[in-house]
Design a protein around this ligand. Structure first.
Ligand code: LLP
Length: 404
């Protein structure tokens, strides 16, 4: 995504052209950026040869998943819906892990029937349930157990998952109890220890702590795990202030761990694969000026992109046509929804803008469209995939007829 002669392009098409052709608001993805991200991710961890399972919760678009499958990734799913979508996109069940705090009987049965790689479980009761179903089906099922390592991942409070007050995983004591209880089960094969301490992590140190705890718990368990699933969480650079995760250091921490304990590493990255591949194209409906603030009212709202309202997260906004003329006054980019939190960004200055101008909200590929809703009975946006000079619709804009 670059300005060419002051016009913002995604690959070889200007966003103005895309907005004109497909309307706004629209999520617009760069296929080649997606491919580059996957290639880079593989490169960072080449020396440990991990299994990469794309976290479908971050983006479950069918065409995107098909591309991800073509690039050789598996999937990390958290519901029957995501599992069906991943399978439909062609991802082999042998590359699918099913995570989640609470899976229903029906979801577990379905996953067991599909012979997926692992069901990662986070409670003794759920493991009991898996055992029960496996018994009925006369099968031996491969499972993982998620450890809560009680580590602060130093990310936003609302997306931290590895502290003991978080609902995720089993505490060390309960993890070890579960291993003892189920290790001789005729219908379960505990093949994996899984862990995931949070999302948008930009510091490698919490990962180092996490692996230290993993190592110590494995020792105490006296059990052999074929897989250690380290989850995802690698952060991306949303703006100048965000630190970049040092992949080299993270890789060497894992290499150290593997020197002492031979196992296959699984990753479940979402954001780091898809986050910076997309823009949300939107149009300025109105500009409302007060003495201190210019409210730029957009046709996109929190129902299209929930992250700023939900987590206070910051997505930069770019104009489709760059202007050098700056208005040194506070600008608030807001949606039309009747909620004070329906606000995308507040900046002390912005270039000159006019009503009907096209803007791009940046880095919305992960947890963007998947979190969209019909709040205020607004239709969900369309999704467009760009490949060099070609563009295609990968999700049609919802029609009011479908929701009324
Ligand atoms: N594995 C597990 C078990 C997870 O819970 C998650 C994310 C991932 C993998 C993928 O994490 P990633 O690589 O994308 O950080 N909606 C929030 C993020 C919630 C993340 C939930 N779990 C956001 O928009 O920031």
């Amino acid at each position: 995504m670059n300005y060419k002669k002051n016009s913002l392009f995604i690959e070889n098409i200007s966003i103005q052209k895309i907005a004109k052709k497909f309307g706004t608001p629209s999520y617009c993805y760069s296929l080649n950026k997606l491919k580059l991200n996957i290639r880079n991710f593989k490169k960072y961890f080449r020396s440990i040869n991990p299994l990469l399972c794309f976290s479908v919760k971050s983006n479950s678009n069918f065409q995107i998943l098909k591309e991800i499958n073509k690039m050789g990734m598996g999937a990390d799913v958290v519901s029957k819906g995501e599992l069906i979508m991943a399978l439909k996109a062609g991802i082999s069940p042998k590359k699918i892990v099913f995570s989640g705090v609470g899976k229903t009987f029906d979801e577990l049965k379905f996953a067991i029937d599909k012979n997926i790689l692992l069901i990662n479980s986070e409670s003794e009761s759920e493991i009991n349930q898996i055992e029960k179903i496996s018994k009925i089906k006369n099968k031996k099922i491969d499972i993982g157990i998620r450890l809560n390592p009680n580590i602060d991942s130093k990310t936003l409070k609302k997306i931290s998952t590895g502290k003991k007050e978080d609902k995720f995983g089993l505490t060390e004591i309960n993890f070890l109890k579960a291993i003892n209880k189920f290790k001789n089960s005729k219908n379960l094969n505990i093949r994996c220890l899984s862990v995931h301490i949070g999302s948008q992590i930009t510091d490698h140190k919490p990962y180092a702590k996490m692996l230290k705890v993993v190592r110590s718990v494995i020792k105490k368990s006296n059990h052999n795990f074929d897989f250690v699933d380290l989850g995802g969480g690698m952060g991306i650079k949303y703006n100048k202030e965000t630190k970049k995760l040092d992949y080299k250091k993270y890789n060497s921490i894992i290499k150290n761990f593997l020197n002492k304990y031979r196992t296959k590493i699984i990753f479940e990255p979402g954001r780091s694969i898809i986050g910076d591949t997309a823009l949300l194209l939107t149009r300025v409906l109105y500009i409302k000026k007060t003495s201190k603030i210019n409210f730029v009212i957009l046709d996109a709202a929190m129902n299209d992109l929930m992250r700023p309202a939900l987590y206070g997260s910051r997505h930069e906004i770019m104009a489709s046509i760059k202007s050098k003329k700056m208005i040194r006054k506070k600008h608030e980019f807001v949606g039309p929804i009747c909620e004070t939190t329906d606000k995308f960004l507040s900046v002390p200055k912005f270039q000159t803008l006019r009503e009907k101008d096209t803007l791009a909200i940046c880095d919305v590929g992960a947890y963007g469209m998947v979190l969209s809703s019909n709040y205020n009975l607004r239709t969900k946006p369309s999704e467009i995939l760009i490949n060099q000079s070609s563009s295609k619709i990968i999700t049609k804009r919802q029609k009011l007829n479908n929701i009324i």
